[in-house]
Write a protein that binds this ligand. Structure first.
Ligand SMILES: *Cc1c(COP(=O)(O)O)cnc(C)c1O
Length: 406
């Protein structure tokens, strides 16, 4: 399929280019001492990860440890309730081991670390979800694991901190500045620049310097590959629309990559939070502008000084002031439509899906569910496939405290 002069038959092979660019977005903007480390990872990726041995080992792990393939479920009661005839389906990434899609790329990154002979994996975490997934992968492969986390986040996310520790990870507290995700990213990169001979940095989404946006997309592409096959087997056709929530953009990129070359409308859903004023949302592609942060060029939300702006969302996994460079590219091309869902619509969808289908979604994923429901009302006929990126168990305490039981 040709779309705005981009040939999607060969897209995944040709994007990013060899310097890590999707159009003008992406690249590798990092300290000179880390350029070599990035090159080492890029070279290893193209040799090791494309080898038959690596691919078959990862496939086995996904089946025997992670629980893949995850199924697609038809949301019959929800579709009936909407009543337009549109049928809703969810790809069940909530059924992955550890409860979300994040393990798809963490297992890939950690397996690569093992093949490269590294002893340790390093990362930062905000809400702790990436830290838990990576600590799980580290335990599985017997790797050391250092997770950098701001003091504020450590206090807010006690259960995830406990999980990481039980899994054997070292939680490295970052006390300076605002002591949240941004400082943790800087501290993790700093540690990595000193330890890169024995360690590998593992990013939590399709973000950061090349090769991470490509590598994480490719590890997540299993979601889209499975979903496309399963949907056709289940219904005999392609879905009319595919929907996923976009934080950094990994579950969505994995899902979308399976459908880019199909006549399917694709929607990325960003968190509108409390509303469209800067500081009240994290809808970076919808409201942001071009800029460089954390090692890559993308579209981002900036404050008056051009620095990454403070962001907010009811879903802690979505509150990042930018998204992966590939999303910025697909946004500009118009191949994916990016739109927003606010906190209230999200919480409504959270309770609706739980009550009607027996699936308690993560608050992040509830954004995609809310948008799928909206589309179903507008479309009048056809089908919508939603990526249910994770389960809501992690959100129970917060939901009960803030919203009660509806
Ligand atoms: C982390 C997380 C997200 C957001 O990350 P992406 O990289 O945008 O996919 C979405 N859903 C769940 C359940 C998460 O844990």
């Amino acid at each position: 399929m040709n779309f705005n002069n981009v040939d999607f038959d060969t897209y995944l092979k040709n994007y990013p280019d060899k310097n890590g660019y999707f159009g003008k977005y992406g690249g590798c903007f990092i300290a000179p001492e880390l350029q070599d480390a990035m090159k080492e990872i890029t070279d290893a990726y193209f040799t090791i990860c494309k080898s038959r041995k690596f691919i078959s080992e990862l496939r086995r792990i996904r089946k025997e440890f992670q629980g893949r393939p995850t199924p697609i479920s038809h949301l019959e009661r929800l579709s009936d309730k909407i009543g337009t005839g549109v049928q809703l389906y969810v790809k069940r990434e909530d059924l992955n081991h550890t409860g979300a899609h994040k393990l798809n790329h963490c297992m890939g990154e950690a397996l690569l670390a093992k093949y490269m002979g590294k002893k340790k994996i390093i990362a930062e975490t905000g809400a702790g979800q990436h830290g838990v997934a990576l600590a799980t992968a580290a335990a599985y492969f017997g790797l050391e694991c250092d997770i950098y986390m701001g003091t504020v986040d450590i206090q807010k996310q006690a259960p995830n901190v406990a999980r990481m520790k039980i899994l054997g990870a070292n939680v490295r507290e970052v006390t300076h500045g605002l002591a949240t995700l941004k400082e943790a990213v800087d501290a993790a990169f700093d540690a990595y620049s000193k330890e890169y001979k024995d360690a590998i940095y593992c990013i939590g989404s399709v973000l950061g310097p090349h090769p991470f946006p490509m590598m994480v997309r490719d590890f997540q592409s299993v979601v889209g590959i499975e979903a496309r096959e399963q949907f056709i087997e289940m219904t005999g056709e392609l879905p009319d629309a595919v929907v996923a929530c976009v934080g950094g953009g990994s579950n969505s990129m994995g899902m979308f990559s399976g459908f880019l070359n199909d006549p399917v409308d694709i929607y990325g859903v960003e968190p509108l939070g409390r509303g469209p004023s800067l500081g009240d949302h994290a809808a970076s592609l919808t409201y942001g502008e071009e800029g460089i942060m954390h090692g890559f060029n993308s579209i981002m939300l900036k404050d008056e000084n051009g620095e990454p702006a403070p962001v907010y969302s009811v879903a802690s996994g979505l509150d990042y002031p930018s998204s992966g460079p590939e999303h910025a590219y697909l946004h500009d091309l118009g191949r994916v439509k990016y739109d927003v869902i606010n906190d209230e619509e999200t919480i409504d969808a959270f309770f609706t899906l739980s009550r009607l289908e027996g699936i308690i979604p993560a608050i992040e994923s509830s954004h995609a569910v809310a948008y799928g429901m909206k589309l179903a009302k507008e479309m009048g006929k056809g089908s919508v496939l939603i990526c249910l990126s994770g389960r809501g168990d992690k959100d129970m305490d917060y939901i009960i405290e803030k919203y009660g039981i509806r």
